[in-house]
Design a protein around this ligand. Structure first.
Ligand code: TXA
Ligand code: MG
Length: 342
């Protein structure tokens, strides 16, 4: 890393020029977005995108999302936008929403992992927006984490992991939302959620009556399986410590306490309301069970804390698979590599 910029209060013009120079010379920048931090590089440059794959240790068949500043830029990158796709763009961009569209040739093969489609996202965060707008370069940016690890929502959480992998780090404070964008592809005329995120199925239903959830969201998939979105197949969001998800039920707290009797050296990721009911000294508070927005904001940071606790097991309180809860559970099931107690 050559530069570290603090833009928590405001974007600094002189430093912005340096960031744009780095992007123009195929360098990588750690940037904030409203969802999670991203590792960003020029989406039109094979060389820059190859560096992104290398920095993350990302599987070659897993395409990157391309970030744009406005609708004009989308038009330059993709072809054949259908009426439904237009509607989705209008309703959810800018915002935590990624739409898979048919790509133009100017998007490099490395960014799309040789697919004919590309994920397009218009972030609602002034820092990444200004970089894209001033440079007029679309930015390929996957979540800022080594592949398989929890996504980064503050520089504090990812500094050690990524400091040697990028040319510049921009600190924009904690990410407002905390989990990644909702990835949607219109398949046979029906918007299909390939990765649930902050924008929920219910939100999309307000715009298009018919909305599907991919059948693969909670399945354990093999590496050679053919799925709509390659990211579904890989180990994801996982601490190094073994994690078990305890699904929501009337006996959720009791079940956790039973396991704690046997595993003395375990920590718990749980809700603030349950802190005094769960019998462990190593309690990682993820927020209120009545506030899924707060849980979403804290979940990746909580998963990262697990490894610092030096325990042999982490138990995680599950939430209802409703609304934003469904997106949170999608991350937790993967963090626990499908080890769930119902
Ligand atoms: O909120 C976000 O989306 C963050 C911030 C940085 O913008 N980015 C992010 O990127 O989460 P990444 O690369 O960590 O996740 C992108 C997901 C992967 O699961 C990938 O498989 C899927 O989107 N994806 C990307 N392009 C695709 C395509 N053409 N078809 C199907 N799935 C695609
Ligand atoms: Mg990711």
């Amino acid at each position: 890393m050559k530069y570290m910029f603090d833009w928590k209060e405001k974007i600094k013009d002189e430093e912005l020029k340096k960031v744009i120079d780095i992007i123009k010379s195929d360098g990588l920048v750690l940037v904030p977005t409203e969802t999670v931090y991203g590792i960003a590089g020029n989406a039109l440059s094979d060389r820059a995108c190859k560096k992104i794959f290398q920095a993350k240790g990302r599987a070659q068949d897993n395409p990157l999302i391309v970030h744009v500043s406005d609708k004009e830029m989308i038009k330059k990158l993709v072809k054949n936008i259908s009426d439904i796709e237009e509607k989705l763009i209008k309703a959810f961009m800018p915002g935590p929403f990624t739409l898979i569209l048919e790509k133009n040739d100017i998007i490099c093969d490395t960014a799309s992992a040789k697919n004919t489609t590309i994920g397009i996202r218009m972030p609602d965060n002034s820092i990444i927006h200004e970089i894209i707008k001033k440079s007029q370069i679309p930015l390929a940016a996957p979540s800022a984490n080594i592949s398989g690890r929890p996504s980064g929502t503050s520089i504090r959480d990812i500094f050690e992991e990524l400091k040697d992998k990028v040319d510049c780090i921009i600190d924009g404070g904690e990410c407002k939302i905390g989990i990644e964008s909702t990835v949607v592809k219109v398949i046979d005329g029906i918007p299909t959620i390939l990765r649930p995120g902050y924008i929920t199925q219910e939100d999309i239903k307000k715009v298009c009556k018919n909305v599907k959830l991919s059948a693969n969201l909670f399945k354990k998939l093999e590496k050679d399986e053919n799925v709509e979105s390659p990211g579904m197949k890989y180990r994801h969001y996982a601490p190094k410590t073994k994690c078990i998800l305890v699904a929501k039920s009337d006996r959720q707290i009791e079940k956790i306490n039973e396991i704690l009797l046997e595993y003395k050296n375990a920590c718990v990721i749980g809700f603030k309301e349950d802190r005094n009911l769960i019998k462990t000294k190593k309690y990682i508070d993820v927020g209120s069970k009545y506030n899924m927005e707060e849980v979403a904001r804290n979940i990746f940071s909580a998963l990262r804390k697990v490894d610092r606790e030096k325990v042999s097991l982490a138990l995680i309180e599950g939430v209802d698979k409703e609304g934003l809860g469904l997106s949170i559970m999608n991350r937790l099931v993967r963090a626990c590599e499908n080890k769930i107690i119902d």
